[in-house]
Design a protein around this ligand. Structure first.
Ligand code: SAM
Length: 251
């Protein structure tokens, strides 16, 4: 059995208890060394074999998994954040299916959630946006038809952009075609790590501010009026609103 584990955004205390127990008892650990905080592995078993997948190909990762499985060893594959978000996860699961190797998936705290926590904001504000778009700029991975940044921007939803911090000029210029140019933007570098940095601005000045801050990787860009202070109160806690668990009072 191979266990895929979401290691969380960086802070080792943001790893699930289940994920930690599996890592600490594993015989073989394959972790995404470019982003996973090595401290997540601090309590690994003595003698555990540790592989950094940053320098490995898919075939090499699969070969380590297969070898571990054949020897009856406990293998964990540790991904940053949650493996379901830009994790190159599906191709590994499908290969294990083909090899007849069982696996499980332990979710993790994605960096986009650690980013909301760092900003102390809520992505889904009543009357502002009830939709969150997680996306990226087109890079070496092309965007499918209809998913170009400008297409998505037409919704004016809360937008969270991964893997694109090196393209801030193009990103903000594209978004300005659909959002108000003074729409708030925040960039969070290494959310939840000790070196976390937050840069706030608008679609007009964020690219410049990010350059000044020297941020070139491991950052998320979040865009939308959820960063502002105008919104409606929720119905859930409205004293005049009746729902399954509480009877509202007359206004
Ligand atoms: C390959 S994706 C993996 C995302 C990961 N699976 C997740 O759920 O957060 C890597 C990108 O995620 C973002 N990222 C990962 N960790 C981050 C963090 N702690 N703070 C800000 N952005 C982060 C950056 O945009 C980075 O380029």
């Amino acid at each position: 059995m191979v266990s895929f584990i979401g290691a969380g955004p960086g802070d080792p205390e943001l790893l699930t208890i289940k994920g930690k127990k599996l890592i600490d008892s594993a015989d073989i650990i394959i972790y995404a060394g470019s982003l996973v905080n090595p401290q997540v592995l601090a309590d690994a078993k003595e003698g555990a074999q540790i592989y950094n997948s940053a320098t490995m190909t898919l075939e090499e990762v699969l070969a380590v998994m297969k070898d571990g499985e054949d020897k009856g060893l406990k293998v964990v594959r540790v991904h940053t954040g949650d493996p379901a978000i830009f994790g190159a996860h599906r191709e590994q699961m499908d290969a294990l299916d083909r090899m007849g190797i069982e696996y499980e998936v332990i979710p993790g705290v994605s960096s986009f959630l650690a980013t909301a926590a760092a900003l102390k904001k809520e992505y889904t504000l009543p009357g502002v946006s009830q939709t969150v778009i997680l996306t990226r700029m087109e890079g070496r991975t092309p965007m499918p038809e209809g998913e170009k940044l400008q297409d998505l921007a037409r919704h004016h939803a809360t937008m969270i952009i991964f893997l694109s911090i090196g393209m801030m000029d193009e990103l903000s210029a594209t978004l300005r075609k659909e959002y108000r140019p003074d729409t708030s933007v925040a960039v969070v570098y290494k959310a939840s790590w000790p070196e976390q940095k937050i840069v706030r601005g608008t679609l007009l000045d964020i690219a410049e501010k990010v350059k000044e801050a020297g941020i070139t990787k491991t950052a998320l860009t979040v865009v939308g009026d959820f960063l502002g202070d105008d919104y409606e109160l929720s119905k859930l806690y409205d004293k005049t609103f009746t729902h399954e668990f509480r009877k509202g009072v007359d206004a």
